[in-house]
Design a protein around this ligand. Sequence first.
Ligand code: ASP
Length: 342
Amino acid sequence: MEKKTRILVIYTGGTIGMQRDNNGTLVPFDFNTIEQEFPSVRHLNVDISVHKMSPIDSSNVTPALWLELSRIIAESYDNFDGFVVLHGTDTMSYTASALSFMLENLTKPIVFTGSQIPMGILRTDGRENLITAIEIAALRRFGRAVVPEVSLYFQNKLFRANRTTKLSADALNAFDSPNYPPLAEVGVNIVFKENYIRQPRVWGGNLSISNSFVTDVVVLKLFPGIAEQTLRSMLSVEGLRGVVLESFGTGNAPTAEWFIDILRDAINRGITILNVTQCVRGRVAMELYETGLRLQDIGVITARDMTSEAAVTKLMWVLANTTSKEEVAELMLQNLRGEFTE
Ligand code: ASP
């Protein structure tokens, strides 16, 4: 008889497991409300184990949680066929993006999900999200995982995790992947878009984890009227190593001399500046306008169509794993986990 697929569900917290306190405020709770759903989950014919972390609201997530998650996954990697991570929606795209960079030679699914309404509430979206995420993590064809990458499942859509962003604070379809098609759409059937699913370079390789992040970075969103003094102070923070510059449109920024000088000076001091567009859709193309070209000329690096979440987590990870500035630039321009469109 064929062995049942084994799935490890890792619970980190978030609305899915929250309860109201005496003031009616949602606070992290234990796993009980979720576990009550397990009789229905058991019908999936999958062996499910649960690892409960101490539950937090995902606004409190730091790289420490990313390291802890990767440690749990690494330790149980050989004993499970797939992983489902239950996480608060607020920063889920950051954690899932970070994990995608940390885990090399991944051949098993890691599916992130959560909910907008707690499990304990009748109208919860958590039940469907959890059950389908488990089903997707468990799916195998010819002995291999159908989705062997870090993904995010929410409201009938499966996305590549490092392409996602939380777009709605209150809609049930909170997530989107604006620059990459969904990996699967869920209706009566789960329809996979095989061509969009990333396959491992080798199936037999060992999972390798590089687990450190540099937090000396800043995300700097431009706006008309940004003051010289503000920009100068932000970029002269001691120890700063990287900047994700959220620019206008196709990667444009003011051409004022003081603005360019401050950026050039930061680059000369060894700080990496990555150009991400503020637009939800589309990509950076610095060569299009003079306002972009100036940035390119002083050595600002294009993030192409990466999300801010992917850009900042990749930068934090790359900075921790390489020493030279040239190597950092080279890795930022390499498509490591399908995080941008070539
Ligand atoms: N504040 C919650 C969190 O991110 C929101 C959610 O899970 O939907 O932990």
